[in-house]
Write a protein that binds this ligand. Structure first.
Ligand SMILES: [Zn+2]
Ligand SMILES: [Zn+2]
Length: 536
């Protein structure tokens, strides 16, 4: 559902140019659920621009945040670096990034372009602080320390000591930022202590002394840094996750700080729900398989956008790609809405606003929606079958199904999906999706065929000789025709074919399977399995 984005655009139209912002703390491997923010912001930016509202899309990396308990929820935390700014921790992978923060942020951000998510500007807090751009906000926060403490008390029921000041110095001795506390401010310098026991997840070195908090020597606590970003960049709209949007939570605190400390109206919030993997909140799972870049590899870009665009922001997304058909189902549903958008008749109910869901799922915001809806998209499961049958010319099989040659755009989609099904089969597919056609000879398991199934197989050879099926649909029709003539249950008919060709009781759509194989081989195998011409 995307009507919320159009409503938002209508609401702000009179207010003039808009700045939409999203940011991320690169605590470690970034999971696929974290793509929800960037995709939502992209949908907002597209909706604003469609309403002729000049729009700037900013994406920030909060890389001065310390390595803290969040990092421990990823597989990547570095024990010795706990408490240090993420930007100051060396890349643990030694693959050319300048820091731990750069490694994880860039790996994540690299997925954006492929998804058509194109922020106008990226900013890194580790680059902003040293320029002095935040110094005025640091000064204001320190001058109004009383007020900040009062806001924490009022909004969040958090009681800071009366000497607490809203700034974290980067310890000049140990380099940690998560372990320091400032207790005095004289208008130019702060007095700080690097405490051994300030936080549970890191140990300070004990250093204390006076230092300047400006020019990158200190960072604002997150709630103040967020509000300072809004002022610095003029942010007017910023969605954020439900965990931050609770009453008295991070967003409420930053909103109050924006209004009362930096004296600016905070941006409009669009609170969004999580993506759950198998019922677990997915922002912080240890599973590497669910990393944003891994999922972006296997799920084609339009279907990955679709995953996030389809539900309203306040609806949780359930996505469980490992060992399931979740990815094929996602692709199928996208294809169904594409077909409906093209005006074709489709099975099942259509969700409200499906045409705009389809439009916002397209990677290219300037794409010809009607043309895109009309292109031929080979079903995911069919491709997953074709790539597993040795010697199949996938392109010509797909063209046979379509009934005409593929256009350049359709070839592009075919390539994209072929790559996708290969990765899916390798890393995600349930075992039942992996097949091996038993070419060497009739599988032993075919001994389990009963008389009626054997008769079905025998009659199918006659039907094949008569109807000469070539496409999967034609084969499927032949199978159904023979089964119904015999009064044989379709399930029995299909399992006869699976036993004869795959040596098991289940498999992919049988029509596709038989269409992908050489017809002489199919007929010979049908006869053999039926027992025709073999001594009893
Ligand atoms: Zn790296
Ligand atoms: Zn220290």
């Amino acid at each position: 559902m995307t009507d919320w984005a159009d409503e938002l655009a209508a609401r702000v139209r009179a207010a003039g140019p808009q700045v939409v912002n999203d940011s991320k703390t690169p605590s470690g491997t970034v999971h696929v659920g974290s793509l929800r923010g960037p995709v939502l912001v992209d949908v907002i930016a597209r909706a604003l621009r469609a309403n002729d509202i000049p729009t700037t899309y900013l994406y920030g990396v909060d890389d001065m945040d310390p390595m803290d308990a969040q990092s421990l929820l990823t597989p990547d935390a570095v024990e010795a670096a706990m408490g240090k700014p993420l930007a100051h921790i060396p890349d643990q992978e030694a693959d050319g990034h300048d820091s731990y923060a750069r490694h994880h942020a860039e790996t994540f951000i690299k997925t954006f372009a492929g998804l058509g998510v194109l922020p106008d500007r990226y900013y890194w807090m580790s680059e902003i602080y040293p320029t002095g751009a935040l110094d005025p906000y640091i000064r204001t926060a320190l001058d109004k320390a009383d007020l900040v403490r009062d806001i924490y008390r009022r909004v969040a029921n958090v009681q800071h000591p009366s000497t607490w000041h809203p700034i974290s110095v980067i310890c000049e001795n140990c380099g940690k930022v998560g372990t320091t506390i400032v207790t005095e401010w004289d208008g130019e310098q702060v007095h700080y202590e690097c405490r051994k026991d300030l936080v549970k997840w890191a140990t300070g070195c004990g250093r204390s002394g006076w230092t300047s908090p400006f020019g990158g020597r200190a960072k604002l606590p997150w709630n103040l840094e967020w509000a300072a970003q809004w002022s610095l960049f003029g942010v007017t709209i910023e969605p954020c996750g439900k965990d931050l949007s609770t009453a008295g939570g991070s967003r409420d605190r930053s909103d109050a700080i924006a209004r009362e400390v930096f004296e600016r109206e905070p941006p409009i919030n669009v609170a969004y729900e999580f993506l759950n993997i198998a019922g677990r909140k997915m922002s912080t799972s240890k599973g590497r398989g669910a990393a944003a870049h891994s999922i972006a590899d296997v799920v084609p870009p339009e279907q990955l956008r679709f995953l996030f665009v389809r539900p309203r922001p306040n609806h949780a997304i359930e996505f469980d790609p490992e060992g399931t058909d979740a990815i094929p189902r996602l692709v199928d549903e996208f294809d169904r809405l594409a077909a409906a958008t093209a005006g074709k008749e489709v099975k099942g109910e259509l969700p409200a606003g499906y045409e705009s869901v389809f439009r916002y799922s397209l990677v290219d915001p300037t794409a010809d929606v009607e043309a895109e809806a009309g292109v031929y998209r080979p079903p995911f499961a069919h491709l997953a079958l074709l790539v597993q049958v040795p010697g199949v010319d996938v392109r010509s099989r797909v063209e046979a199904e379509k009934g005409s040659p593929l256009t350049d755009r359709e070839l592009e989609i075919l390539d994209e999906r072929t790559r996708s099904v290969q990765l899916w089969l390798r890393d995600f597919a349930p075992d039942r999706a992996r097949i091996e056609v038993r070419r060497d000879g009739l599988p032993q398991e075919a001994a389990g065929l009963d008389d009626r199934q054997r008769e079905f197989l025998a009659r199918l050879t006659d039907e094949v000789a008569r109807a000469q099926p070539t496409t999967g649909d034609q084969w499927q029709a032949a199978i159904f025709a023979v089964a119904s003539d015999l009064g044989l249950d379709a399930r029995q008919a299909f399992s006869a074919l699976y036993l004869a060709f795959l040596g098991r009781m289940n498999g992919p759509r049988a029509g596709w399977l038989l269409a992908s194989l050489d017809r002489d081989f199919v007929v010979a195998r049908l006869r053999e399995a039926a027992g025709v011409g073999t001594p009893a």
